[in-house]
Each structure stands twice: as structure tokens, then as C-alpha cells.
Design a protein around this ligand. Structure first.
Ligand code: FES
Length: 127
């Protein structure tokens, strides 16, 4: 996962003009890889791509949403009463639409009673 949750796709750095990267898909590789293929293809062919700047590994992450996410993450670590994800301990959030406990950190999901639905957690949560 990247700091702003947007994949890194593009030139690795301005000092490595022939080195490209595509990573940080966060379980969205099937769709993001298609975006990566188009962006990298355009970069190699030196064609303009409207999305290249959004995914650029050199982009600035100093955007307001980063601070909102950081504050929310810190808040979850100091709130002792919420259910915790057994993966790395992030606070689980109740998903009203799916009726599941979802982990905002790496995407693990649990049923109402804490039974594991989706990894990377490998065990049920105590909810
Ligand atoms: S801490 Fe929950 S999935 Fe990693």
C-alpha cells in the first residue's frame, strides 16, 4: 500500500530515466495493471497520458486527505474499546451496507460475529 493509497505507476525517479515501476495495487491488480500497462506504454513511447501525473511515483503526497487518514489511523490506535483486527491490530469498522467488520488498514473483512471473510488476517476477530 502506498501512503496515499494510489498505486505508483511511472518512472521510478528522475535520476533513472529508463527504470519504471508499477506497484501498490492493494488488491486491485486486475484493474490497476491495465492502467499501468497504458501509462507505461505511453511513457516508453513518449506519448502524453492524462493519468500519468496522478499515479506518478514522484507525486507529492502532501494532500489534505493524507492528514485526515493519518489522524483517523492514530485515533484508532488510541481507542481501546473498538474491535481489533487480528492481522496487525487496526481498529475494525462496522460496514452497515455489507453487515461486516472491515479493516481499513489492509482490507481484511469479518462477519458480524468476527468470523474471517477475507485476508490478510488469518484468524477470526474478537468482536
Ligand atoms: S491490520 Fe487489518 S488487515 Fe492488516
Amino acid at each position: 500500500m502506498t501512503l496515499d493509497s494510489v498505486p505508483y505507476i511511472g518512472q521510478y525517479s528522475k535520476h533513472t530515466p529508463d527504470l519504471f515501476v508499477a506497484t501498490g495495487f492493494n488488491k486491485w491488480g486486475m484493474t490497476s495493471s491495465m492502467v499501468a500497462a497504458q501509462i507505461l506504454c505511453d511513457l516508453v513511447l513518449e506519448k502524453k497520458n492524462d493519468f500519468a501525473e496522478v499515479f506518478s511515483p514522484s507525486r507529492s503526497i502532501l494532500k489534505p486527505q493524507v492528514f485526515v487518514n493519518l489522524g483517523e489511523t492514530l485515533k484508532t490506535f488510541v481507542t481501546p474499546t473498538v474491535p481489533r483486527c487480528p492481522h496487525l491490530g487496526c481498529a475494525l469498522k462496522w460496514n452497515k451496507q455489507e453487515h461486516s467488520w472491515d479493516c481499513p488498514c489492509h482490507g481484511s473483512r469479518f462477519e458480524k460475529d468476527g468470523k474471517l471473510i477475507d485476508n490478510p488476517a488469518m484468524e477470526d476477530a474478537n468482536v
